[in-house]
Each structure stands twice: as C-alpha cells, then as structure tokens.
Unconditional design. Structure first.
Ligand code: CP
Ligand code: NVA
Length: 296
C-alpha cells in the first residue's frame, strides 16, 4: 500500500518523526539510488521557484527521473478528464507532484491514481512547506520533536494555505501556536486547545518563532487593495519583533512582498532564517520522497 501527501494530516506524529530521521542523510549533494528507475511527474498550475526547483533537483539527487509536465501541453488543458489522465499516468509514472488552483483537483487525482500524489501547494494547504519548516525550527532552536511544546510559535497574517497547514501540524506535533489574524479572516473551525486564534497583536510577546506569509496569495489578486488595508497593522516589523524573545527566529515561506507583510529590516535582519528555511526544503523533501516513493 502506498500513501499520499495531500494534507499534512495524512502524516501522524510517528510518520513525521520517521521522515525527520532520514533528513540528515539527505543533506548530501551526492547522487544516491533510492529513486532509481522511478519516474516522478510534476504539474505546476501556478508559478513556483522553491518547490519546483527543490523537487526537481531532489529527484535527480536521489537517482530518479523528474518529468515536468507543462499543464498547458497536457490534454487536461483541452478538457480531458482527470480520471482518464490519472488512469494513464498509473502506467507511466511512479509518483505525481502537483501544485493546483483547486484542492479538489488533488482529491480527484487521488481517487483514480494508483501512484502516490503529493500536494506541492493548493488553495487549502502546503504540507511540504510546513513539514520542512518545523524541521528548521528543530534544527535552529535545537529542540527535539517531543520538546516542541516548549516553543511559543506565533503566526501573524492571513489564514491561507500555509497557515492552515501550520495549524494542522501544530495539532499533530503539540506545538503551542498562536495565529494572529484579523477577525474577518479568521477560520470558523474549532481546533485543539494548543491552537490559539486571536486578533491581538500583543500575543507575539515572548515568541520563540514568528512566521508570516503574504496577505494576497496566488489567485486572490482581485482582493489586493482591500486586503492590504485590513492587514496593515499585522506587518512583521522591528517594533513588533521587539516584543518577542531577543533570540526569536523570523520565518517566511517566500516569496515575500517586502514592505507589506514584512519589512526589509526584519527579513534581512539577524533574527531572520528565511534563506536557511528555503534551503531545508530540498533536504526535507528528499527525505519525504524517499519515504513516500521508494517502496510504492
Ligand atoms: N514557498 C514556496 O512554496 O515557494 P515557491 O512558490 O517559490 O515554490
Ligand atoms: N500563500 C502563498 C504561498 C506561496 C508559497 C500563496 O498561496 O501564494
């Protein structure tokens, strides 16, 4: 039996631990053979720099063969069904990594696929991002997986795909997480008690980790003006981070809208770990691919 990674909830704590145990091995650039003779399809319906390149390089480094499928060149773009496409891919590919406009596209693929489906970002979630980001927290804060409850994790901004996956991984790994979000944009759903949803910016006090993401995600461009106005008080700037612990780390999945959700001073400042965070995507995703694709 194989597994999909469509939501971060597809992994439990033990499985995340097993992926993390593999990561140190995959920090090496040397080519290995775990994905030898494996053909991994990549479909990106939206732009991507980090996810696309880290997956493609990662597949090469693991000895696999990445097949970039330009969605405009697939018959999907002319109306062929996902069902027919998935049924064909089952015979050609060993795994499929997709960045999609609609989360339902992933669910539809998974319904007909006999190969693992990996979510490389949808409107709902970004599981590969957050599994990597928590690894970065462990690495930089030098804490063990079971000690994550000692960390005060604070997200500031929009309840978007990255944020939703951060909520879920905080639930899975028992991280005490605060999500500071303007009232109007807060989720209606109820979460475990280690998840605090608030609009009080002061909750950033004593944070060990501050995380932010764009106010206008891909596909929301029409709401740009309105969103910038509402989110303005939620900017991660020097004044805001002065309320957190002096050794707090500042994270952003990137790409950033400098001057909006985060200032140049902070993203380029001493607390920022955004480049390391992006670097780690490669290593964690290599571990993740070995975990998901190796024995499929
Ligand atoms: N963080 C992230 O997923 O970046 P890309 O959109 O460049 O892949
Ligand atoms: N929330 C952002 C993340 C980009 C990696 C978006 O969906 O555009």
């Amino acid at each position: 039996m194989y597994m999909n990674l469509i939501s971060i909830k597809d992994l439990n704590k033990q499985q995340i631990k097993e992926v993390y145990e593999l990561v140190p091995k995959y920090k090496l650039k040397d080519t290995t053979t775990e994905l030898k003779n494996k053909y991994i399809g990549l479909i990106f319906e939206k732009p991507s720099t980090r996810t696309r390149v880290s997956f493609e390089v990662g597949i090469h480094q693991l000895g696999g063969i990445p097949i970039e499928l330009d969605e405009k060149q697939l018959q999907l773009s002319r109306g062929e069904t996902i069902k027919d496409t998935a049924n064909i891919f089952n015979h050609y590919l060993d795994g499929l990594i997709l960045r999609v406009h609609k989360h339902t596209t992933l669910l539809e693929f998974s319904k007909y696929s006999k190969i693992p489906i990996v979510n490389a970002l949808s409107d709902e979630e970004h599981p590969c991002q957050v599994i990597s980001d928590i690894w970065t927290v462990l690495e930089i804060k030098k804490v063990k997986l079971d000690e994550l409850n000692k960390i005060k994790f604070v997200y500031v901004g929009d309840f978007n795909n990255v944020c939703r996956s951060l909520v879920y991984i905080s639930e899975i790994l028992d991280i005490n997480s605060y999500f500071i979000i303007p009232k109007k944009y807060q989720p209606k759903a109820k979460f475990k008690e280690n998840i605090i949803i608030t609009d009080e910016i002061e909750k950033i006090k004593d944070a060990d980790v501050i995380y932010t993401d764009v106010w206008v995600s891909m596909g929301q461009e029409k709401e740009r003006k309105k969103r910038i106005k509402v989110f303005k008080p939620y900017q991660v700037n020097s004044k805001l981070i002065s309320l957190a612990k002096p050794d707090c780390i500042v994270m952003h999945c990137l790409p950033a809208n400098r001057g909006l959700e985060i200032t140049d001073e902070v993203i380029d400042g001493k607390n920022s770990v955004v480049i390391k965070q992006a670097e780690n995507r490669l290593y964690v995703q290599k571990a993740l691919m070995v975990y998901i694709f190796k024995n499929k």
